[in-house]
Ligand binder design. Structure first.
Ligand code: PLP
Length: 402
């Protein structure tokens, strides 16, 4: 018999969508895959050089559990510049991607039964990790407010058991960027109600004008002592497979994370650490700017194709690299086999048409689908044209099944 906790665990729904696309392609179907949570890109040359140098120098040993001290210093400088506040190396843990940073955070913050507020739709791993840590995710619906949580809704969801709130901006899956007012409001709520803020800014380097990304502690410095910043280089440097990220927060949290991480993974991959250290040392923004330009071009191309959608409103895509489509209107007009159409039906109709997308059910929203535009532009063009044609015909297709 397996442990009880395995019953609560399902494999990541976004990973499952990716696998379904790959399986269909392996069966010989031509699929354009818009499920990816990463950017198709080559490597930054500085990252490549740092990694190769480390290998040529026979780097092969453990580092300190929380990462190379020089790297933690370099990250402290980066975060100090981004937040306009001084940070030191002992407030930073280098982790195997943001996922481990988030896992560490939930494991060191939560007691069994503690509640954590999560604005919904949400990235699928947030509630899963909270459950693993023994906590209870409490979802706060944002769909009636352009995917931004209302402060009144957040306040109403707080109970004596509430321990933390997850703030993910730019948001996965919705692409929403929280403005300074909402960040200030959330920070005030956290201070007044004594909550931790888990601030996930993994998509912070992809923000589309007129929006801008602000770390919550820059807007509300008094929330710093209760905020954990989570970030990684999976998106900003297109290094998803290298598994390198960080958690930044108060010393007591980082000390607890050190103990936890020393018994789980130990240090993150040493070659990735050296590569990142070398990259940060070059202070050369060229690669990152190129990636940002690529994403901005992909977004513009995508929005122009999606403007032909007749039954689905244009997505906002304020940040990150996802279009999040709201299917509510489509659902009002269409039934699938006599019942209300849901996002899974739409995803399978799109898969039949040769486009793989992620159903909003993975994000707690049966009325949404997520499309990644981090892929090659030609494929994106083709995939979105197919998708637009399919969605515009969808009422008609499903009506035939009534
Ligand atoms: N946080 C959010 C909001 C994400 O979307 C992802 C990955 O898709 C992560 C964290 C995890 O990032 P990493 O690959 O660095 O573990």
């Amino acid at each position: 018999m397996l442990a009880q906790r395995t019953v609560m665990l399902k494999s990541s729904a976004t990973a499952a969508a990716r696998s379904a696309a790959k399986a269909a392609a392996a069966r010989g179907k031509e699929i354009i895959d818009l499920t990816a949570g990463e950017i198709w890109s080559d490597l930054a040359s500085s990252v490549r050089e740092g990694a190769i140098d480390a290998i040529n120098c026979n780097v092969n040993r453990y580092t300190e559990t929380l990462g190379l001290m020089e790297l933690r210093h370099a990250l402290a400088r980066k975060i100090s510049a981004e937040t306009a506040q001084p940070w030191s190396a002992d407030e930073i843990a280098v982790t195997s991607g943001a996922k481990q940073a988030l896992f560490n955070a939930t494991m060191v913050l939560l007691n069994p039964g503690d509640e954590v507020l999560i604005p919904s739709p949400y990235w699928t791993t947030f509630p899963a990790q909270i459950v693993i840590a023994g906590g209870t995710p409490i979802f706060v619906d944002t769909r009636r407010n352009n995917y931004v949580p209302r402060l009144t809704d957040l306040a109403a969801a707080i109970t004596p058991r509430t321990k933390a709130i997850v703030v993910n901006t730019p948001n996965n899956p919705t692409g929403t960027v929280y403005d300074r007012d909402i960040l200030a409001g959330i920070a005030t709520l956290a201070v007044e109600r004594d909550l931790w803020i888990i601030f996930d800014e993994c998509y912070g380097s992809f923000v589309h004008a007129p929006h801008s990304h602000d770390p919550i502690i820059s807007v509300a410095p008094r929330a710093r002592e209760r905020t954990l910043i989570v970030n990684s280089f999976s998106k900003s440097l297109a290094l998803a497979g290298w598994r390198i990220g960080y958690l930044a927060g108060p010393n007591a949290v980082i000390d607890a994370v050190k103990a936890l991480q020393s018994h789980t993974t130990s240090n993150p991959n040493v070659i990735a650490q050296h590569a990142l250290l070398h990259h940060l040392g070059t202070k050369n923004p060229t690669f990152q700017l190129r990636l940002q330009r690529h994403i901005a071009n992909a977004r513009a191309l995508g929005l122009s194709i999606l403007s032909a959608l007749t039954l689905v409103p244009q997505p906002a895509a304020q940040g990150g690299f996802y279009f999040y489509l709201d299917l509510s209107d489509l659902q009002m007009r269409t039934k699938a086999n006599g019942r209300k159409l849901d996002a899974d039906d739409v995803v399978s109709a799109l898969m039949d048409a040769g486009v793989a997308t992620v159903s909003g059910t993975a994000f707690g929203d049966p009325a949404g689908i997520r499309l990644s535009f981090g892929i090659d532009l030609e494929l994106l063009d083709k995939g979105l044209r197919r998708l637009t044609a399919t969605l515009n015909e969808l009422t008609f297709c499903f009506a035939r099944h009534l």
